[in-house]
Design a protein around this ligand. Structure first.
Ligand SMILES: [Zn+2]
Length: 188
């Protein structure tokens, strides 16, 4: 029997997190061996938000109020991680305190660093956190290797993009998209 079939049977054909039956798919709960025991059947809404924690709509996850009591460890793990991610909202923290996990399940839930811990913030020369879309000022003349111009001190760079490296951002200077070191930038 395929994992999907097994999960459909286990869940009764609905999302194991919110109960929706829209576009169900298998979500592997990392680190997962791909088995049904280590996967959860999720709807498209849950899946999208699990894949991109920045797109999480906290209200949607009030469904965990019910589903966190599932007897399936994989569902418990997803609930634990999502509630931890949303803890700042208040109510998820309350639910988290009620959620009792076996030692083994808790270890699984905590085995993947949460998004917040993993991501090192990108900061400017003053230690101010930069976000995508911010405007920054260049605080030192910078020779742009490869582009053949100097990005002048005082130049404003609008609508920056963050990179995987917290010490670098991307922005347009003289119409050219370049990577800039955050230590030479100041947020406006
Ligand atoms: Zn769902």
């Amino acid at each position: 029997m395929s994992v999907e079939k097994e999960l459909l049977e286990r869940s009764g054909g609905v999302c194991e997190l919110c109960g929706s039956d829209v576009e169900l798919s298998v979500y592997e709960v990392a680190p997962s061996n791909g088995s049904a025991e280590q996967s959860v059947l999720v709807c498209s809404t849950c899946n999208t938000q699990l894949q991109d924690l920045n797109s999480v709509d906290a209200n949607h996850w009030r469904c965990l109020n019910d589903s966190m009591w599932s007897s399936e460890p994989a569902v418990q793990v997803v609930a634990y991680r999502m509630l931890s991610h949303l803890a700042a909202e208040g109510w998820p923290q309350d639910l988290l305190e009620m959620l009792y996990l076996d030692d083994e399940v808790l270890a699984w839930a905590q085995s993947v660093p949460s998004d917040a811990e993993e991501r090192v913030p990108t900061k400017d020369s003053n230690g101010v956190t930069l976000e995508a879309g911010d405007t920054v000022t260049i605080i030192k003349d910078l020779e742009v290797k490869g582009a053949g111009f100097t990005a002048k001190r005082g130049t404003a760079v609008r609508n920056i993009a963050l990179t995987n490296n917290p010490e670098q951002i991307e922005g347009r200077v003289n119409g050219t998209k370049i990577v800039l070191l955050t230590k030479f930038l100041k947020k406006q």
